[in-house]
Design a protein. Structure first.
Length: 201
């Protein structure tokens, strides 16, 4: 009986080894899996995992060291996406993805009166510190983000490159605009919107 148990364990070990070799032979994960992993990580607030899926350019604006939750966390949590099509070559790929999230243009339109009153009040002598201004701005944005039902839906050709056997999402203005609910296309019209855009991808 002992010998039979030893044989079974040995066979199980051999089978596990064969499976590991077979999986290794499959090479890198599919490009669409990387897109799913990156977007799911953003939605869950896991910025470190999200960063691992994007190229180095994303790290310039996505602050993984930020510990406090801000408007961008709510924005990403409201995101949903659908993979529409995948075209892959040896080391490049295009994953057509429909991204839906809050329409930040609409949010800023609704919040702009309060944001301008805040800015003008500070100029007029309230003399709020930068930290106080930041906190108040986030408070206003969060209020309107929670109230809005307006959605931004954009279809993006997400570009990826194979780097050391791992697919990397290539940061682009089109992708960032979709992820931030159209915030990128709004432009730097006012200093209040400039603050918001620097907190996003």
């Amino acid at each position: 009986m002992k010998n039979k148990g030893t044989v079974r364990r040995s066979l199980a070990a051999i089978l596990a080894l064969i499976m590991a070799v077979a999986l290794a032979a499959c090479g890198a994960a599919k490009p669409e899996d990387t897109v799913k992993k990156g977007l799911d990580a953003l939605k869950a607030g896991d910025r470190d995992t999200a960063l691992s899926c994007f190229d180095s350019k994303a790290g310039e604006t996505l602050d993984s060291e930020e510990s406090e939750k801000g408007p961008e966390d709510l924005l990403y949590s409201k995101m949903s996406y659908t993979i529409k099509d995948v075209q892959a070559d040896k080391d490049t790929a295009t994953v057509k993805t429909e991204i839906e999230t809050l329409d930040m243009n609409k949010v800023l339109e609704k919040a702009m009166t309060e944001l301008m009153q805040l800015a003008m009040g500070n100029i007029g002598g309230q003399d709020m510190s930068e930290a106080e201004m930041t906190a108040k701005t986030e408070e206003i944005l969060l209020k309107y983000m929670k109230e809005t039902t307006d959605k931004s839906v954009k279809t993006v050709d997400v570009q990826l490159k194979l780097d050391k056997d791992a697919w990397q999402i290539q940061t682009s203005d089109e992708l960032m605009d979709a992820l931030t609910g159209g915030l990128g296309s709004l432009g730097l019209l006012l200093s209040t919107s400039l603050y918001v855009s620097t907190r996003y991808f």
